[in-house]
Design a protein around this ligand. Sequence first.
Ligand code: GDP
Ligand code: MN
Length: 397
Amino acid sequence: MPPAPCEADSERQVVDLFEYQGKRLIARYGIPVSPGAPATTVQQAVEEADALGYPVVVKAQVQVGGRGKAGGIKLANDAGEVRTHADAILGMDIKGHVVEVLWIEKASDIAEEYYASFTLDRGAKLHLGMLSAQGGVEIEQVAEENPDAIARIHIDPVDGLSEAQGREWVTAAKLNPAATDGAVDILLKLYRAYTEGDADLVEINPLIFTPDGRVHALDAKVTLDDNATFRHPDYVDYDATQVRDAREEFAHQQGLQYVGLDGSVGVIANGAGLAMSTVDIVNQVGGSPANFLDIGGGANADVMAGALGVIVSDANVRSIFINIFGGITKGEEVANGIVQALERVQIDAPIVIRLDGTNADEGRKILEPHLSDRLQMQPTMLDAARTAVELAGGVAK
Ligand code: GDP
Ligand code: MN
């Protein structure tokens, strides 16, 4: 059974922040982070470092961990070293992510490195906090080699995390006793950032204890729940720095709403509601959608050509189901759009159209002379879905 589209949808809708965005977010809740500034050129990196004062750390901003090991985190003692490191790190490929932004941060002295995170334990329907005195390395490695070094805590979202629980938790994790107060304070603030900020994950690794006795976040990994961004108007800024897959990026550039899925039927519909119903019906008749694209209200030739261009850029697409119910969108405009788009875009996958609503008759007349094996029209959504699934290679197993 393919997953229901809304499940697939909510799974996908997360926003990964860069380290510096994550740090700014947790800093709003009072968590101490180092001063720093983003930079996109070597010159800018040097200017920011000069302003901060040396030594600084030059840090690759990519939405993937293990940057240190990959050579994307370097200490610099003067402008010359910043220049060398910034030059080497900009454009570096870290696990398939190309570095376009640096974060220049005032360097910290480290006595000990800890790990702290909150995430959702879906199975238990509770929040899960993890804390370890063995930070700085990836938590998966600690979990494997020394599982007892991770102190876990389950938190009921209704009760929240109390200071007493936080203190017990820190003790269980065997942090340096001198770090207890600072760690408890940060954990309570991090829990607030996680819940009030509608995050799916907040992780500080390393959380450091400095030689002069302060506890401080040296890295931040934050994943936001995109379904809650309406509660945080400022989160739209993160959209510009999202790493989308190539299909999503292409659609985004065309101003189209696109959701990538894993099947073989490309879906184009007007309106988010109809797009979702179309995905449902493709699933119902035993197929699986490769994606869905909402072309919104004004389905003219440009929009339709753009939509088809996005759909055919997905190599998994075996057939295309265009499902239009005209309201404001008029049938003849959609039909003209499709005809013109076919002249402009090279399309290998067969297309099945269902056209209904305002001026559907006029639209169908325009399409009729163009119909063939490659371009079929069906009277109902169900018939069209069945045909599209058949053309995509039949019912999914
Ligand atoms: P990650 O490798 O992607 O997790 O990047 P981090 O930001 O966690 O940095 C990796 C490692 O670099 C840390 O665990 C530290 O050991 C080291 N590091 C980062 N910033 C500093 C700093 O300001 N001072 C020192 N001494 N080491 C740092
Ligand atoms: Mn880290």
